[in-house]
Design a binder for this molecule. Structure first.
Ligand SMILES: [Zn+2]
Length: 347
């Protein structure tokens, strides 16, 4: 039995950069730092609301006093206007992968929506997927990190666009998109109409990770698991309110991709200390720590580990366990190879 946390004892601050980490829930769109955006704008053009670093930050990052799901989602609009050429997209990918490697992330699943990067330049999504794949794998190789791309479709832009994106993704080589994610505003746009797309992806042996139960009811988490067959849930923290659902998640070995700071920013939880990750783990629910949108939340994965230790009292044994669990739920197609390659970090 792992000692998950000892919340009542004050933890000394420990930098977690040295700790090898896995991130299964990170959006490429929200991983582009303000410095990268300024470089892109100066080299290749594109519209920004400000061209000086400190003036740009509040447009794309949550400020200390800002909270709310719609505020958080609104930050993404600035990014879309910027990708006017292939080089700009490749540069954004390269910087995002380098930042993860520099933070000692050993395995990263980086999800993205080709539509997001294709919009401004009116590019073909197939071309965008190819550019991103090449830049991602080239950078990963040079930085010594394993990066696996996942496809994100958005609930907010309708079924037609999502459907054509899924068809494009499934026509590409297998390693271009090893899993499917649905993101966007789960309060206004339920996942039901997209069920047929989940099924298409699943039928091809790819993974499903559905954003559910972040700011919405635990019923959405149940639906993602029972109706859509998701092996992993983005956030899913409202499951902590339903003991029966926690049993279901435990019995089906469903992983919750936990993102502490993002959950505070979207007001899914009032503060880190009230985050239910330790309660979920005590109830046998598989959990791992992730960043979600590091550039928008102005965080690194090391920072999230530091919060887990300082605010939730998470033990080092629990941090190791979360990485072992994450590795077991990775969408990488060769689990045996992956275990052999990086499993030793958390033994
Ligand atoms: Zn997310």
């Amino acid at each position: 039995m792992i000692d998950i946390s000892h919340r009542d004892t004050v933890q000394p601050f420990t930098s977690m950069k040295h700790f090898p980490k896995i991130d299964l829930h990170r959006h490429l769109e929200g991983s582009v730092e303000p410095e990268t955006l300024l470089t892109i704008a100066s080299k290749w053009g594109g519209k920004l609301p400000a061209y000086e670093l400190e003036a740009l930050r509040p447009h794309i990052q949550m400020t200390p006093e800002q909270r709310g799901f719609t505020v958080f989602l609104s930050k993404f609009s600035v990014f879309r206007g910027l990708y006017t050429c292939r080089e700009a997209i490749e540069y954004a990918v390269c910087c995002a992968v380098q930042a993860a490697a520099a933070d000692n992330v050993k395995y990263l699943e980086l999800r993205y929506s080709p539509s997001h990067f294709a919009a401004q330049g009116r590019f073909c999504e197939r071309d965008v997927a190819h550019w991103i794949h090449v830049a991602m794998q080239r950078t990963a190789l040079s930085c010594g990190i394993i990066v696996v791309p996942l496809l994100t479709i958005s609930r907010d832009y309708g079924f037609e666009l999502a459907s054509s994106t899924v068809d494009m993704a499934l026509s590409m080589p297998d390693d271009y998109f090893m899993g499917l994610d649905i993101a966007g505003n789960e309060l206004e746009n339920p996942a039901d109409p997209f069920a047929v797309l989940f099924e298409k992806f699943r039928a091809r042996g790819r993974g499903l990770s559905i954003h559910a139960g972040e700011v919405s009811s635990h019923a959405h988490v149940r639906q993602a698991v029972v109706q859509f067959g998701a092996r992993r849930i983005g956030h899913g923290i409202s499951a902590a309110k339903d003991p029966n659902l926690m049993c279901l998640l435990r019995d089906r070995d469903v992983l919750l991709e936990i993102c502490l700071t993002s959950n505070v920013h979207t007001e899914a939880v009032p503060c880190i200390r009230e985050h239910p990750v330790c309660d979920l783990a005590r109830n046998g629910v598989a959990c791992c720590l992730n960043t979600d949108d590091p550039a928008i939340s102005a965080i690194t994965l090391s920072h999230e580990y530091e919060l887990a230790v300082a605010e939730l009292g998470c033990s080092e044994a629990f941090l190791h366990e979360m990485n072992r669990v994450a590795l077991r739920h990775a969408f990488h197609p060769d689990q045996a190879w992956l275990q052999k390659k990086i499993g030793h970090y958390w033994q």
